[in-house]
Design a protein around this ligand. Structure first.
Ligand code: FE
Ligand code: FE
Ligand code: ZN
Length: 278
């Protein structure tokens, strides 16, 4: 079975996300752990979290993903900016333990003027201060489009960041199709080649989830503007190959396309229909 879902709003709580996921035939989803500004996070209601866990178990959910606020910058040169990211992420990881054994995805950040190498070192330091041996959550580094001075735009940069982390068993990678396409990886004409490169540089065993997004812009544009599946420069046929690829087909796929819930439901239906059950 294809493990697929979409980004959902956390505003009505955890159980509500589970219920909504089922309504649209999703068996995974993603949510923001707090508002994008990164400040105050609502206290988690343990009963509400338990209700979600029950739904997930009854309906055979794949792991779900808590997404860090995208405004955080753990790679920043400015210490206050970095501390702010650290505090928010550390608190998020405590909160993720209310729904244990799932994923926490974050954007590695922007190096601004320090250069990628320095930015990667800073982000690794943040990870080394927040990852704990006792946590059940796996933290995922998201592959980025390379907008501005974003780090994580090449597989080599992701690998360098991974290498800087001490607790290797707590860290993995989330591949965003729009981001790597915008970063210059040709998943349309050479999916096998891109996956081989990923395997050689990072290792496919580190890949734990996929953000499934089409792109409004051509390959290598470094823009990061998501498009609906099949309506952008990546195109429908490439997505059929991605979800069915023997090296990817078991992973959880999460849509972050510009859609309301009805649009997500339609994309999930189309992709499920295109999945070739083994
Ligand atoms: Fe993201
Ligand atoms: Fe993404
Ligand atoms: Zn994006």
């Amino acid at each position: 079975m294809l493990n697929i879902g979409c980004h959902l709003s956390v505003s009505k709580g955890y159980r509500a996300m589970g219920t909504q996921a089922i309504k649209i035939d999703a068996n995974t989803f993603q949510f923001f752990t707090r508002n994008p500004r990164g400040s105050k996070a609502k206290a988690i209601d343990a009963k509400d979290a338990d209700a979600l866990l029950k739904i997930m178990e009854e309906h055979n959910f794949a792991p779900i993903i808590g997404h860090a606020p995208y405004t955080l910058n753990p790679a920043a040169a400015d210490e206050r900016v970095r501390e702010f990211a650290l505090e928010a992420m550390e608190d998020d990881l405590k909160r993720m333990e209310f729904v244990p054994h799932n994923f926490y995805n974050f954007h590695p950040g922007s190096h601004v003027k320090q250069g990628a190498e320095e930015g990667i070192k800073r982000a690794a330091e943040v990870l080394n201060r927040i990852l704990k041996p006792e946590q059940s959550t796996l933290v995922l580094i998201e592959t980025m489009a390379g907008k501005g001075t974003e780090i994580g735009k090449t597989f080599a940069e992701v690998r360098n960041l991974l290498d800087g982390v001490s607790l290797q068993e707590k860290i993995g990678v989330c591949l965003d199709t729009c981001h790597i396409f915008d970063a210059g990886y040709d998943i349309v004409n050479d999916l096998d080649g891109v996956l081989d490169e990923f395997d050689q540089i990072i290792g496919l065993h580190r890949l734990k989830a996929i953000h499934l997004n089409d792109s409004k812009n051509p390959i290598g544009s470094h823009k990061d503007r998501h498009e609906k599946i099949g309506e952008g420069a990546i195109g429908w046929d490439a997505f059929v190959r991605i979800i069915n690829h023997p090296k990817l087909r078991h992973l959880p796929f999460v849509l972050e396309t510009p859609n309301e819930i009805e649009g997500y439901q339609k994309e999930i239906e189309m992709l499920r229909a295109a999945y070739q059950d083994a």
